[in-house]
Design a protein around this ligand. Sequence first.
Ligand code: UD1
Length: 418
Amino acid sequence: MDKLIISGNSKISGSVNVHGSKNSALPIIVSSLLSEKSLYLSNVPNVVDVLNLIKLLKNYGVKIAHNKNKLQINPEKINNLSADYDVVRKMRASILILGPLLSRFGEARISLPGGCAIGTRPIDIHLSGLSKLGANFEIQNGFVVGSVKSKLVGNKIKLPFPSVGATENILMASVLAKGETKIINAAREPEIEDLSNCLIKMGAKIEGQGSNTIYVQGVTTLKKAQHQIISDRIVAGTFIIAALILNSNLEIKKFNTLYLKSLINILKKMGANLKINENSIKVLKGPKLKSTSVSTSPYPGFPTDLQAQLMSLMCLSNGKSKIKETIFENRFMHVPELNRLGANITVEKDTATILGNQKFKGAQVMASDLRASISLVLAAMNANGQTTLNRVYHLDRGYENIEKTLSSLGVKIKRKKN
Ligand code: UD1
């Protein structure tokens, strides 16, 4: 497994272009399964989750040409409707194939994500929503096997929680369902809007995307389409926080700053000096930031995917900060590792208390998930001395060429291949 060796006391400067959004690219690539016609995508991030999804679709018989950040997907012939444990284990987003396959072929089979029982967390909202459209599910040898008697039929579906994945799955399934589907309490994340916009280009009839009620009028056929994936708001937010952690001037470019309103508001409250344009932000160095308290919540609230990065920043600001994590249980796996780097963070139930004014010191640390990993990189760049980050593959799932980008900004970072 690869390691990253990071020298501390870094300063960064210049500008960085934000790459395409992983969380938009994944459902949009999956949505190609709905159609027999080609889908051309640009601004596709070259990250491991996307590469794994491409492999999965190729296993189904889908023809895909991949050139840098462009994909040409030809889903005309599908010869396999099953996703195995190996793929699902690596990437929870594989669950999204259920909706399109059930809608187009009336059957789909996907390995249960580890430790999940049907009807309970974490795919209950997906399955109950798809059932309301007429799909039936059973568990066979560790697989969820879905089938539809004749054709999915539109319905009114009220989600108990605005799950991003469940909204996407039900939305995709309803595109070819008969009649109208109304998704109430839908997730409002920009990635759902991006998926809807791509589906509309493919011929779907969707209204209300980006609000909490989405209406879909079923259609019978889809057409060839081209779509540019939006840029990754979480990657953009990560670079903004990186500049603040290193008290450096940095311009973060090519992303829609409206999508980061919640982060921008919090950073401004902490005293950050930010110059905000429509598609770029300049971070300017300034005095030490103030502490604050934050709760993660569904969009437009503060994203759980930026929680770990903000925590690294809070370790360096003046005073005591708090972060309440309301979206995922156990999403504080970075805390013991940040403490190894010199942080002083305690966790009680869903809330972390972060003592500020700490000094990070280089150490050996272990990446546990994607966002946890990047929070450790951020702390390591600021630390005194050298840090070795083990299990880098988590980072590669969502950040394109992270060490090349950081090197180009002035960080001493190198990858050791194992
Ligand atoms: C997506 C994002 C992920 C982000 C998350 C929340 C992708 C590929 N991933 O994940 O980066 O952190 O949104 O913004 O877009 N839940 C259930 N039952 C379900 C579905 C979800 O209980 O059927 C629970 C989950 O366990 C979790 C919460 O709902 O506690 C949020 O999950 P969800 O919004 O579905 O996140 P994902 O789509 O998995």
